[in-house]
Design a protein around this ligand. Structure first.
Ligand code: SF4
Length: 330
């Protein structure tokens, strides 16, 4: 079998910068957050030091992943400015930034659009029932607030990544409803590039334990999601949260075609280290799949970006193997 005979699975060679771990929400399953005031913010000098060290290691995406400063906090403006400056820095060193920093105002989104090739926010689940359980102390998880972000991203023409967190107390119908809402917004704005299906996986830092998502259900959910989502949305799964090699292949056969950002550390799930791209390739190739790098923005969205961002993207498009993947069929 030659590489030309293989199906394509993509990943993004990435590095994650965390402006701050502080977060005013307290989701019961969180393994990321620190209390406000308890996480020193990442300085521009430290970030520059880190980025200069990884500059020639074929890392393309800088994921700016932040805990949230309350919208009414006197620190909010400084927090957004720090995120903006980190994106600017990443761009100046040749990387492509993608920010996920929780719900933003439309003005904040508009500002960050100038320095990001795409942005993201997990919708997680639409059911309001979770506000009485895992999201009882998480005002940012009000479903309509998050849905509004997806809508604003569409209005602002920001290429967007969203997703579902699976196994946090939702029913099967809740999942289909959440997927259908994403599909509806995409049909209006055509701006969702990927939907992540993330199985909840307990870690050692969370405030209360709950059983993990039953991983054996993941391929079937991927298959169902593939029926609900428009074919130009790619389904992404985090390979470090899939039980083993066999299940990873089963997820791909069910319709997943992207493994997300492969970075040295999964900041959201620090107890689940990533395999490196070489190991992933060795798992996929015998099963008929070729693992190829992608940019954090899909080619159909390049024209949505500012001329400056388009120039940065073009350099990477010339570096990575061009991907011409037909809409996913399973
Ligand atoms: S999951 Fe996100 S919003 Fe919830 S507490 Fe953790 S960092 Fe904050």
């Amino acid at each position: 079998m030659t590489n030309g005979d293989l199906g394509l699975v993509t990943y993004s060679p990435a590095y994650t910068l965390v402006p701050t771990y502080e977060c005013f929400n307290r989701c019961s399953y969180c393994n990321f957050r620190a209390d406000p005031g308890q996480s020193p913010w990442l300085t521009i000098a430290s970030a520059k030091n880190i980025l200069e060290q990884i500059r020639h290691r074929n890392v393309c995406e800088i994921l700016i992943l932040s805990g949230e400063v309350h919208p009414y906090s006197s620190q909010r403006q400084a927090w957004l400015t720090r995120i903006y400056q980190l994106c600017e820095l990443a761009l100046s060193l040749g990387f492509l930034p993608h920010t996920n920093a929780g719900p933003l105002s439309i003005a904040e989104m508009q500002k960050l659009k100038n320095v990001n090739v795409s942005m993201g926010l997990m919708l997680e689940q639409l059911t309001p029932k979770l506000l009485e359980t895992v999201h009882r102390h998480a005002p940012s998880k009000i479903p309509q607030l998050r849905l509004q972000q997806l809508e604003w991203a569409g209005e602002l023409r920001i290429p967007f990544t969203t997703g579902l967190l699976l196994g946090i107390g939702e029913t099967e119908d809740d999942r289909w409803e959440t997927l259908a809402a994403i599909a509806t917004l995409h049909q209006r704005y055509h701006h969702i590039q990927e939907v992540i299906l993330q199985p909840y996986s307990p870690g050692t830092r969370q405030s209360s334990y709950a059983a993990p998502f039953p991983w054996e259900q993941l391929p079937e959910i991927i298959f169902q999601a593939r029926q609900i989502l428009p074919s130009d949305i790619t389904i992404q799964i985090p390979p470090n949260l899939v039980k083993d090699e066999g299940w990873l292949i089963a997820c791909i056969q069910a319709g997943a075609r992207d493994l997300g950002g492969i970075a040295p550390k999964d900041e959201v799930n620090p107890d689940y280290p990533h395999l490196c791209e070489h190991q992933l390739r060795e798992i996929l190739q015998p099963a008929g799949w070729n693992l190829v790098p992608r940019l954090p923005v899909y080619p159909q969205f390049d024209s949505w970006l500012s001329p400056q961002l388009q120039t940065a993207v073009k350099r990477w498009r010339e570096t990575f193997t061009p991907i011409s993947r037909k809409p996913t069929q399973v």
